[in-house]
Design a protein around this ligand. Structure first.
Ligand code: SF4
Ligand code: SF4
Length: 275
C-alpha cells in the first residue's frame, strides 16, 4: 500500500531580512519530526529543491514592497490552500513600512546612489492588504513555539491555540521587575501581544512591540500615561517601530513621522499639498 501523501509546505519571502525563516531552521530538535510529517517542497533558504506549487500550506515572510511582489503574492495565493504570513514584515509591513508616510522619491535619492535603478512601490504593506490570509504569526522574528503549534494544528485539523494577551502577563508570570514602574522606562508591553517571552524587560529594557498590538489595545490610555513624564512626540515615536503600521499603532506613528519632517514640508502636508 502506498504511504499517505504528506502535506506540502512552501516557505517564501518578499521584502524581509530572512530572520523569520531562520526561526524555522532554528527548531533543531523538531526539524526531523517536521520532515516526517510534512513535505517541504519549497524553501530556498534551506534547500535547492524548488516547487511552484500547489502548496497545502504556504508560509510567507516579508512585506509587499515592489511591483513584482504585488503580482507575485497574487500568484502564490492561487497556488496555496492555506496561506500563513509570518513575522512583523508580512503581518504589519515591518520597519520598512515607516516609509509609507515619507516622500518616496526623496528617501530613495537619500539612500541609493542610483535611485533610478531601484524599482520599489511608494509603500511597504502587509500581505493581507493584497490577498486573503488564513493565519498570521506576528513577531520580529516569529516565535518558534507558535510556529510549531500552528503546523501541528493544521496537521491534525484543529484550531491553533495561539496566545492573545499582553506582554505584561508573561512578564508577571516570569517574575520580572516591571521596568515601567520601577525605573520609569517607557514600555509598550501593556498593548503588545506576547510571544517573545518578555525578552526586553528581562534585560531591563522596555518592550518595542515587535509582536504588534494585542486585541483591543488601549493605546490612548498608555500614551496618556507615558506622556505624564515625557513629550507627546517622544511617546508617539515609541510606536513608530517594527509594527508601527499596524492599524492600532498607525495614528501614533503618523504623528511621529510628521513631527520629524522639516517644517516647510509639514506645512505643505497640513495644507493638503503633495511632496
Ligand atoms: S519580521 Fe523581523 S525577523 Fe522577520 S523578516 Fe521581518 S525584519 Fe526579519
Ligand atoms: S516591564 Fe513592560 S511588559 Fe513587563 S510588566 Fe512592566 S509594562 Fe508590562
Amino acid at each position: 500500500m502506498d504511504a499517505p501523501r504528506l502535506p506540502r509546505i512552501g516557505v517564501v519571502k518578499l521584502a524581509s531580512c530572512d530572520g523569520c525563516q531562520l526561526t524555522l531552521l532554528d527548531l533543531e530538535d523538531e526539524l526531523l519530526a517536521i520532515g516526517e510529517r510534512f513535505e517541504l517542497v519549497e524553501f530556498p533558504e534551506a534547500s535547492s529543491r524548488r516547487s511552484t506549487g500547489p502548496y497545502d500550506i504556504l508560509l510567507v515572510e516579508g512585506s509587499v514592497s515592489t511591483p513584482e511582489q504585488a503580482e507575485h503574492i497574487v500568484e502564490l495565493r492561487a497556488r496555496a490552500k492555506r496561506l500563513v504570513t509570518i513575522g512583523a514584515c508580512a503581518t504589519a509591513g515591518g520597519i520598512q513600512a515607516l516609509r509609507n508616510w515619507a516622500d518616496e522619491p526623496t528617501w530613495r535619492a537619500s539612500v541609493y546612489p542610483s535611485p533610478d535603478d531601484v524599482r520599489s512601490l511608494a509603500t511597504a504593506t502587509p500581505v493581507s492588504e493584497h490577498v486573503a490570509v488564513d493565519a498570521e504569526l506576528p513577531g520580529c522574528p516569529i516565535d518558534g513555539r507558535q510556529l510549531l503549534e500552528l503546523l501541528t494544528a493544521f496537521r491534525v485539523g484543529r484550531r491553533p491555540q495561539l496566545p492573545d494577551e499582553a506582554v505584561c502577563m508573561e512578564c508577571k508570570r516570569l517574575g520580572r521587575v516591571c521596568v515601567l514602574v520601577a525605573e520609569g522606562t517607557p514600555c509598550l508591553g501593556p498593548v503588545t501581544q506576547t510571544g517573545c517571552g518578555a525578552l526586553c524587560p528581562g534585560y531591563a529594557r522596555g518592550c518595542y512591540a515587535c509582536f504588534g498590538p494585542k486585541q483591543a489595545p488601549n493605546v490612548d490610555g498608555l500614551s496618556r500615561w507615558l506622556a505624564i513624564e515625557r513629550s507627546t512626540p517622544e511617546v508617539d515615536r515609541l510606536f513608530a517601530g517594527f509594527t508601527g503600521y499596524a492599524p492600532a499603532f498607525r495614528d501614533s506613528t503618523e504623528r511621529a513621522v510628521a513631527a520629524m519632517q522639516p517644517p516647510a514640508r509639514r506645512r505643505r502636508r497640513s495644507n493638503g499639498e503633495a511632496g
